[in-house]
Design a protein around this ligand. Structure first.
Ligand SMILES: Cc1cc2nc3c(=O)[nH]c(=O)nc-3n(C[C@H](O)[C@H](O)[C@H](O)COP(=O)(O)OP(=O)(O)OC[C@H]3O[C@@H](n4cnc5c(N)ncnc54)[C@H](O)[C@@H]3O)c2cc1C
Length: 457
């Protein structure tokens, strides 16, 4: 159903926050999300001011049959945070953060980004782990799981989630935690935006002040890649790594002769004492003479550098888990990277384990606790007409790397269909989620997401 102009003028009076409609200043900007190539025109964007606004948008959408898109940081890889003809519930103005530093907890509104939260908490030498990119919203990232620089030391972001406030499909604002609506609390820790709109999240804060971290760039050969991964697996849990195998872009901190060459661009974070951090990082520096070494003692928030404001790449991607990256898998990676015709091609390797793996498989809706390594392959490209070529490349690349683990991390899925969503929720997780969905969202109002439909009986 489309909203008529008459009803849009009535909308302004309904909300404390701002309503942005076609023709209004800022409309195009407000419907733009991180990834490019998605050109949908919502009937209205409601930039909610408080939980009451959230409840009113949910009720309006439910009662009038509007497609509802929920947006926090706008980094949905599948483009789920913008709708054609429906309403966007935009939480980006809800950014309050209340920290109890002594009690080591924080209540955060979901419009905050990872870097905003991390910078504010960092002023007190504390942190909660989010992902690798500061501009990603804590809303979408947390509800899908959250895999970042502290994953081996403290687990997923959801492992630090203590409670949440959620507006469910009937418009009610519910508090949920391990004791209150425990089924809902289980489901939102990995089940994404299927169960309602999270307005506030309560996190545990850890003492993370100075770290040893930053970027280490090595030449990429099969031996270097395999050795890097072996070191990452053997490293103490304080150390989490993200290794991007790619062709070197012409970045200012790289020598000109490295441009266009195959590199491992790795991000490392050692969350612990500086001397021990330097010792943990030494084996990575010894894998091959670094092309660039920017790993140093720093304050944790510095791991999120400033980002370009208007960067909206076109991208094709696939996510998967693998059990090992040996020399042969590394060769497969290099062959595919070299064969890509994209403006940039990358295989991102994240060694998991540590605290993340100690949480029981059924404790949350994220069931990939024993998965060893997460791999994301992606090609960036310039023109929409090239899409089919790069989609075929990522499909082929992922098939060539596939090993025993058939799972996928929901937050890195694109718009890939129901079968792929199910791989994010293996075993009994799927049935349990569909039952909880039936209880909290029987008509599937929250369906513009990696959708878990309500159980039918
Ligand atoms: C450049 C980039 C880097 C990334 N790095 C990482 C990483 O290191 N680790 C990692 O785990 N993930 C990472 N991701 C994936 C990221 O976690 C997901 O894309 C996530 O959904 C983004 O959250 P958002 O709030 O920014 O997105 P949005 O587009 O605002 O939201 C995405 C979806 O989440 C749901 N949602 C969002 N907010 C709410 C809410 N408050 N209540 C209910 N539902 C909500 C909705 O279904 C929405 O469609 C990355 C993504 C990108 C683009």
């Amino acid at each position: 159903m489309l909203l008529e102009t008459k009803s849009i003028s009535n909308l302004h009076a309904l909300f404390n926050g701002r309503v942005i409609a076609p023709g209004d200043g800022g409309y195009d900007r407000a419907r733009t999300i991180f990834y490019g190539g998605i050109d949908r025109r919502p009937a209205a964007i409601v930039r909610v001011a408080d939980a009451g606004d959230v409840s009113r948008v949910v009720t309006l959408a439910r009662e009038n049959g509007f497609e509802l898109a929920v947006r926090s940081g706008g980094h949905s890889i599948a483009g789920h945070s913008v709708t054609e003809g429906g309403i966007i519930l935009d939480l980006s103005n809800m950014r309050a953060l209340h920290m109890d530093v002594e009690g080591r907890t924080a209540w955060a509104e979901t419009g905050l980004t990872a870097s905003e939260y991390t910078t504010a908490a960092g002023a007190y030498g504390v942190a909660t782990g989010f992902g690798d990119t500061g501009s990603v919203g804590i809303g979408g990232l947390t509800l899908g799981g959250g895999v970042g620089f502290l994953v081996r030391k403290y687990g997923l972001t959801i492992d630090d989630l203590l409670a949440a406030e959620v507006v469910t499909a009937d418009g009610q604002l519910l508090h949920t935690d391990a004791e209150t609506h425990p089924d809902l609390f289980w489901a939102i820790r990995g089940g994404g935006g299927n169960f309602g709109v999270a307005t506030r999240l309560q996190f545990r804060l850890h003492e993370v002040d100075r770290i040893v971290g930053g970027m280490l760039i090595l030449p990429a050969t099969p031996d270097v890649i395999a050795s890097f991964i072996a070191e990452a697996e053997a490293a103490p849990e304080e150390l989490s790594t993200i290794a991007n195998v790619m062709t070197a872009p012409p970045m200012p901190f790289l020598p000109v002769e490295a441009h266009g060459k195959l590199i491992v661009m790795a991000l490392l974070v050692y969350a612990g004492e500086t001397g021990a951090g330097e010792r943990a990082i030494a084996p990575f520096r010894a894998v091959a003479p670094p092309i660039a070494d920017m790993v140093r003692p720093m304050r944790y928030p510095e791991i999120y550098p400033p980002e370009e404001g208007e960067y909206h790449p076109l991208a094709a991607g696939r996510t998967m888990f693998v059990d090992h990256i040996d020399r042969s898998a590394a060769e497969t990676i290099l062959d595919h990277i070299q064969a890509s015709t994209g403006s940039m091609a990358v295989a991102q390797l994240r060694v998991l384990g540590g605290a993340m793996a100690r949480v029981p498989m059924d404790a949350t809706a994220f069931a990939h606790r024993t998965s060893k390594i997460m791999v994301n392959v992606a090609a960036l490209y310039e023109r929409p007409e090239e899409k089919a070529v790069h989609e075929a490349w990522v499909t082929d690349f992922a098939a060539a790397l596939r090993q025993g683990d058939g799972g996928a991390y929901v937050n890195f899925l694109g718009d890939e269909g129901e079968a792929r969503v199910r791989t994010a929720y293996p075993g009994s997780t799927w049935e349990r989620l569909t039952e909880i969905k039936r209880r909290y969202d029987p008509t599937n109002l929250f369906r513009l997401n990696q959708n878990i439909p309500p159980a039918t009986s």
